[in-house]
Design a protein around this ligand. Sequence first.
Ligand SMILES: [Zn+2]
Length: 277
Amino acid sequence: MTHYIINKLFSLLFLVILFTGCNNPAPKNPGDTGILKIDSLTKAGYEIIDLHAHLKGGLTMEQLLEHSQKTGIKYGVAVNCGVGFPIQNDSDLSEYYHSVKDYPVYHGMQAEGREWVNTFSPDTIALFDYVFTDALTYYDHKGRRTRLWMKNEVFVEDADSFMNYYVNQIVEILNNESIDIYVNPTFLPEIIRERYDELWTENRMQKVIDALTGNDVALEINARYKIPSAEFIKKAKEHGVKFTLGTNNGADDLGYLEYSLQIIEKCGLEPDDFWKP
Ligand SMILES: [Zn+2]
């Protein structure tokens, strides 16, 4: 008898849990919100293309395509090319291209460092749908090879002098390297990152924007670092700069381009404001 009562109690408890569960569904997966957003933008005429995806952290092309299917994001997959990166010469670059060319994605080349212009031939570069670079690697005023994401390679004695030199580097890159997109744009090293709005003055923004329009280079809205700022993007739009969306995933998580999509709304970007390979 006792056994019977215990069993009944357990059944009742089970029903109570089931019932409350139905009334209080688990909070929505953040991915669902992202997918709904992508869907509504697509219906409004935007083509959501992430042109800065990497096969990193074990991410395979098949997994990327699965994510694309699930989210509605189209992808451009970029290979990192340059000193210290997986692809360091022309024949490796060509071999890579032929190994991925049949996948239904855009094929991008991320040119790294400043040496790339003399490392790869125009014919091999031309196999790709697009080429981009960032301005995170350069030689500083004392000739030190600087990578802005490496703490031990960044020397900021005076933030304004650093910024002036950096802005000149960006402008030089845009003027002299044949690229389609400027990525990780306006990135600041960690030591001065919190001062972004103060250090990216009107005048500095304008110099970069003029170099973008003068060289017909698109500007990436980067989801990983949440850059450039809305202010920068609004100003760039006023001057006719075209934009792209980019994740720059460091691991196997491609995400949902949250920052980039927020910026579309915040800055009133329209489907025509985007560049496409
Ligand atoms: Zn990248």
